[in-house]
Design a protein around this ligand. Structure first.
Ligand SMILES: Cc1cc2nc3c(=O)[nH]c(=O)nc-3n(C[C@H](O)[C@H](O)[C@H](O)COP(=O)(O)OP(=O)(O)OC[C@H]3O[C@@H](n4cnc5c(N)ncnc54)[C@H](O)[C@@H]3O)c2cc1C
Length: 401
């Protein structure tokens, strides 16, 4: 079953997303980035192409494609702008795929189906003012009253927070376990923007991903029906980590697209810019930077494709996806820095796209597990301090319908 060629379906998805992002978004991405505003019509257009439910089975309103197709779409979207890929990361990766694996049939009908069709926009809120990497440090609480839960807490740095309709979020249902920092006191909930007690706002002044929405939301005495508990009470930590595994996959594939964008912009510039009597492309130190972009692009692509291949088979891929996410995001940071370097002073200006790539690359080195968290994970696997049990819940195996 080992092979290195993409199927005709894969090539068709790649072409479709490349054309959409290249023709419809690329011509106005600089303007959107400078305005610092999220264009709500973009996910609607992505929905028309089936992207908002790309790898969700058709019975749940999706396009029924495989997990590799999701990666290919992310690579093509981030080739144009990180903010486009973030839409798929949070809507499909963190939210829809988590509902697919953990949701009840009623939850799938009420939330997954309209999300996969692109009628509703969804995201994932774990991070809080006092806790990001250390998920057990969150402070939100969920108090059971009769059949319902009352949620209180604040979430920050949430992609699409101010525009999404549906959210998967996390709160402590067992305060005793919170004090002991026991993972089993944490629960996951599906919440909606229109639930009384929900408020959101946008974060302004971000370094990058300015054409995307990043914000915060608060839950104040917010009544959530018991049927919106995702999984069992106490399974929140497992669900949070499961979701991150899907999100990380999309981030890895997207960062690969960003490296390719840096490479292509650098090649274009190096061939036409002259210094010391010839194009800078002929200078060995410039070639070195371009060679490293090419190597990092190929390495990153192989790593995320391996994760996608494992996902298609319904196999656990926590270790492989963590490695792909770490290597590709760090490589995208290096590629963006060197792309600016190759452009000299012009690279320091928003007249050239590499300035935007340089600002956009950093977020992915922070979210969905920082560089340091992934290094720790990889060391722990090798040292034998951590292992992946194949029995833990995985995505459903992909089957062509
Ligand atoms: C643009 C953007 C979008 C985001 N979108 C979302 C979203 O949609 N949903 C969501 O829930 N969150 C989101 N986040 C939040 C993101 O997941 C967190 O920022 C991330 O988990 C890191 O948490 P923190 O910022 O609290 O940093 P901290 O956890 O406080 O870490 C600070 C520094 O300490 C280091 N550190 C922490 N612990 C260790 C350790 N044990 N060993 C070594 N070093 C360590 C970290 O690597 C980092 O360098 C987003 C963030 C950004 C920037």
């Amino acid at each position: 079953m080992l092979g290195f060629s993409l199927s005709d379906d894969h090539l068709a998805v790649e072409k479709m997303v490349r054309e959409f992002a290249g023709q419809e978004i690329a011509p106005r991405i600089r303007e959107l980035d400078q305005a610092g505003e999220f264009d709500r019509s973009i996910p609607d257009k992505m929905a028309e192409l089936g992207l908002m439910g790309i790898c969700i089975p058709e019975e749940y309103g999706g396009a029924g494609m495989d997990y590799v197709s999701l990666g290919l779409a992310c690579e093509e979207l981030e080739y144009v702008d990180t903010s486009l890929r973030v839409i798929l990361s949070v809507h499909v990766g963190l939210n829809c795929l988590t509902l697919l694996a953990w949701g009840s049939e009623e939850q799938k009908a009420n939330y997954l189906v309209p999300q996969a069709r692109g009628e509703k926009l969804a995201t994932y809120g774990l991070t809080e003012p006092a806790a990001g990497s250390d998920a057990v440090g969150i402070q939100s609480t969920a108090r059971k009253t009769g059949e319902d839960y009352i949620l209180n807490g604040d979430k920050v740095w949430i992609s699409l927070a101010d525009v999404a309709d549906h959210f998967i979020t996390f709160a402590w249902t067992d305060p005793e376990k919170k004090r002991k920092r026991d993972h089993t006191g944490l629960s996951a909930f599906i919440i909606e923007r229109n639930m009384p007690g929900f408020r959101s706002s946008t974060i302004h002044g971000k370094l990058g991903i300015r054409a995307g929405n990043t914000g915060m939301f608060s839950m104040e005495e917010m009544r959530v029906p018991g049927k919106n508990l995702l999984g069992e009470e106490g399974e929140g930590f497992k669900i949070a980590m499961f979701a991150l595994e899907q999100g990380r996959y999309t981030v890895a594939a997207g960062a690969t697209g960003l490296i390719r964008a840096c490479r292509d912009a650098s090649v274009r510039y190096a061939l036409q810019r002259e210094a010391f009597g010839g194009p800078i492309a002929e200078r060995q130190l410039v070639k070195e930077m371009i060679a490293e972009m090419e190597a990092d692009y190929q390495i990153s692509r192989l790593l995320w494709l391996r994760s996608g291949w494992l996902k298609n088979q319904g196999r656990r891929n926590t270790r492989e996806t963590s490695l792909a996410k770490w290597i590709s995001t760090v490589a995208s940071e290096k590629a963006a820095s060197n792309a600016v370097q190759i452009h000299g002073a012009n690279g320091y200006s928003s007249d050239y796209p590499v300035e935007r790539y340089y600002r956009n690359c950093k977020g992915a080195v922070i979210y969905e597990g920082t560089r340091e968290i992934h290094k720790l994970m990889q060391a722990d696997y090798v040292l034998g301090f951590r292992s992946d049990r194949p029995t833990r819940r995985s995505l459903p195996k992909w089957e062509k319908t």
